[in-house]
Design a protein around this ligand. Structure first.
Ligand code: KG4
Ligand code: ZN
Length: 333
């Protein structure tokens, strides 16, 4: 089967075609609106929805052209129906459903977090079930036990800020641009990760939930108390913050792997692009098989939607309505 995937849950317009026979992406296009939102320090939902509209059809044409396929040769259409921002989700859903009617193809709405999880199945070797998944993005921080496709048990989640959100807020406090994650990572490379002692929230507690707002507040007070906010100070704060995030995530992953007797860890979502975090996980989770998506497939993209759409269409019937779920827990799939 060849599935066209459309991602518009936030500020990335992603389009891709997945071929299930060879388990490959035949073509993909991505447009990121980040520079448009940078001046506001974060995503402006109304601007994001409006900007998807002129991009979607040209990106779909380019993707079909790159794959050398006509709409007739597509077997189904998948779009992100949630979780995400209502307006951007509606834009992608309405277009996907219109194409499905016009091309007479089945259509399905998929869960964005499931897509971040399943994208790892494109990698070689791919993880086999069951595994623990750490999903770390701008909107989520989740620990999920995945026993099979569609069989997800949520073990932990953030009680306040998501990890990516904490990166973005810390970047803003330091005057770095949006999206903050890559900027913090760049600065941290030149800094000393032991220069400031920051909290590792909830690591002493037995549950598997997270909390990152206190860590962000600790950075806020450090920044406020510092008179000279020079480059070296920013680099050291970024490195110390990244260290605190990594150790917090590692602590909870170790606990979840041990309590649930799992030996594989799959990481996904935008923050999984952080090389420092990848390296720390490799070093500190010895004996655990670790899986990360390719760097460019950590952040939002059409490939993960197309691949997830294939598994959904295999199991369920085509949808006839436009379906969006801005809040949609993975265990409810
Ligand atoms: O998965 P994603 O593209 O969108 C959501 O589903 O939210 O994740 C975006 C988040 C942003 O908060 C961004 O700052 C963060 O991922 N991010 C990173 C890195 N690249 C993106 N965080 C830390 N280090 C990175 N290299
Ligand atoms: Zn995402």
């Amino acid at each position: 089967m060849r599935i066209l995937g459309i991602e518009t849950s936030c500020d990335e317009t992603g389009v891709a075609i997945y071929d299930s026979d060879d388990n490959i992406i035949l073509a993909e296009q991505l447009f990121t609106q980040a520079s448009k939102h940078a001046q506001y320090g974060g995503v402006v939902p109304e601007l994001a929805s409006r900007d998807h509209i002129p991009k979607l059809l040209p990106l779909i044409s380019m993707t079909l052209e790159e794959a050398n396929l006509s709409p007739d040769e597509i077997d189904g259409i998948a779009y992100t129906s949630g979780p995400g921002l209502r307006g951007p989700l509606l834009t992608g859903a309405a277009l996907a459903r219109s194409l499905s009617i016009g091309w007479n193809k089945p259509c399905v709405g998929i869960n964005h977090m499931e897509a971040h999880l399943l994208i790892n199945l494109l990698e070689k070797p791919a993880p086999s079930f069951p595994f623990l998944t750490l999903l770390i993005s701008g909107g989520h921080c989740l620990l999920i036990k995945a026993s099979g496709i569609g069989e997800y048990e949520q073990l932990g989640q953030t009680r306040d800020d998501a990890v990516g959100e904490a990166f973005d807020k810390v970047a803003r406090l330091l005057g770095l641009s949006y999206p903050g994650g890559p900027e913090v990572e760049k600065m941290a490379k030149e800094g000393d990760h032991l220069s400031y002692v920051l909290p590792r929230p909830m690591t002493k507690e037995n549950h598997l939930d997270f909390s990152f707002s206190g860590l962000k507040t600790a950075v806020y007070y450090l920044v406020k108390s510092q008179k000279q906010k020079n480059q070296e100070f920013i680099q050291n704060i970024c490195a110390s913050f990244q260290n605190a995030v990594a150790e917090t995530l590692i602590n909870k992953c170790k606990r979840a792997l041990s309590v649930h007797n799992l030996s594989r860890l799959v990481v996904g979502g935008g923050v999984a692009a952080n090389q420092y975090l990848r390296d720390r996980l490799e070093v500190e989770l010895k004996g655990i098989d670790l899986f990360f998506p390719k760097l460019e497939r950590c952040t939002d993209n059409g490939a993960m939607v197309a691949l997830t759409g294939f598994y959904r269409l295999k199991k369920s019937k085509s949808e006839t309505s436009i379906n969006i779920k801005p809040r949609w827990n993975l265990s409810e799939i």
